[in-house]
Design a protein around this ligand. Structure first.
Ligand code: PMP
Length: 413
């Protein structure tokens, strides 16, 4: 698709076949993009075409079809490299998703280089997948986890972070953007401060890459992770970026085919990067689909998407603010967040809210959003969450507001 100079929303919506359906007799308003995004026809077609005309296992076959599949799979890796501006294609490891990417770093770098008494710094804004792997490692190795607090608007507290850093800090694992609040963290500064005390930094970019351009060289981070399915790509594919020198000096994560140079019963020698970390048959079709997703969003332009989503956020915030008894979890200023709105209603539990608005075709999330510590911080067991993507419309924000008024009508005075 050619680059567009204005935001042709109708055209982009038509690229997503799933969006044209009705749910319970109402047009589908898909507002759960922070959980997962829908797939454009380009992604579906690229995957289908691969299975129809190009499918074979990669790296092993001496035959034409396998060479073609390998070329496409490695082409996808290069596409990801360019997308986040990594220096070397060997720094891009394909995983099953962000969760696996984080577990990989904890189980390899963490297992090798951290020892009892070392400190790992997290934030209150983390998803469970950037908490639990570090907790598991901490209990196995006697590490201490330190957690940077957030203020009442969900903002990362810089002074508190600085006061937690010391010569004992060996690792900092932070989200780029909160999946509950949309808060954007000052990751470049976080990295610089961590490096100043000699710590390495992993950034969880799941909620950032669909909304903003990411340049891992500019951030100077050591590791950056994200999932394909939140980036309009397939499930079952994720990315771990790691600085080459670090990856080279980490042991493999899993053993098996494809990650070795040679094997005897006495010993195995590891393959070079990136294959050392990709044991077994990889998710070839999913990697190709992810590359198609990146092509697609770059054809629209991340800055154009960001402007559109900021408008939606502003509009939806105003619409929802008019609903009696609705409380936003964090009324953070627009410019410091992405297009996510977490809220509660005084008259209904978030699960009831989500179930009822679904009857009007509106898909939102309810629950703890895999961020139970953050829920505890704000004193709520759960919230309802609407999150907007490149294809959402003001009419869908209206549909949400209207459905919430109906919830009020059912439960409230
Ligand atoms: N980190 C964040 C910030 C997320 O929002 C999510 C998904 N909700 C994850 C990590 C985990 O991603 P996945 O389930 O795709 O591995």
């Amino acid at each position: 698709m050619a680059a567009t100079t204005f935001y042709d929303l109708d055209h982009f919506r038509a690229d997503f076949p799933i969006l044209c359906q009705t749910v319970h007799g109402y047009p589908l308003a898909f507002l759960d993009n922070a959980a997962s995004t829908q797939k454009p026809a380009d992604v579906i077609t690229a995957t289908k075409k691969f299975y129809e005309t190009g499918y074979a296992n990669v790296h092993r076959g001496a035959y034409w079809l396998s060479e073609q599949a390998t070329r496409q799979y490695e082409g996808a890796r290069e596409r990801v490299r360019a997308f986040i501006n990594a220096r070397h294609v060997e720094e891009i490891i394909f995983t099953r998703g962000a969760t696996e990417s984080i577990n990989l770093v904890a189980a390899t770098w963490g297992q090798t280089y951290l020892q009892a008494g070392d400190e790992v710094v997290l934030t209150w804004l983390e998803h469970h997948s950037n908490i639990v792997p570090w907790q598991m490692l901490a209990s196995a190795k006697g590490l201490t986890l330190k957690v940077v607090p957030v203020d009442d608007e969900g903002r990362f507290l810089w002074e508190a972070y600085q006061s937690l850093l010391s010569s004992r800090t060996r690792f900092v694992a932070v989200t780029h953007v909160s999946n509950v609040l949309g808060t954007i963290l000052p990751v470049k500064d976080i990295v610089a401060a961590a490096h100043a005390v000699g710590a390495k930094v992993l950034i969880d970019g799941c909620q950032a890459v669909p909304h903003m351009a990411v340049d891992v060289c500019d951030l100077a981070c050591d590791f950056y992770v994200f999932s394909g399915h939140k980036l309009y790509g397939p499930t079952g594919i994720g990315v771990l970026y790691g600085r080459e020198v670090l990856l080279q000096n980490m042991p493999p994560y899993q053993g098996g085919g494809d990650m070795i140079a040679s094997v005897t019963f006495e010993k195995a020698h590891w393959a070079g990067l990136p294959y050392k970390f990709e044991a077994g048959t990889p998710a070839v079709a999913q990697a190709i689909g992810l590359a198609a997703a990146i092509d697609y969003i770059e054809s629209i332009g991340l800055s154009a998407i960001a402007v559109h989503e900021a408008d939606l956020l502003h509009y939806a915030t105003q619409r929802l603010a008019g609903i009696r008894g609705l409380r936003f979890l964090c009324p953070a200023p627009q410019q410091t967040k992405t297009s996510v709105l977490s809220f509660t209603l005084d008259c209904a539990h978030p699960h009831d809210i989500a179930t009822i608005v679904d009857r009007y075709g509106v898909a939102i999330r309810a629950g703890h959003h895999c961020a139970q510590p953050l829920m505890q911080r704000f004193g709520v067991p759960a919230t309802a969450r609407a999150s907007f993507g490149l294809y959402n419309t003001r009419e869908e924000a209206d549909a949400l507001a209207d459905a919430l008024e109906r919830v009020r009508g059912i439960f409230g005075p």
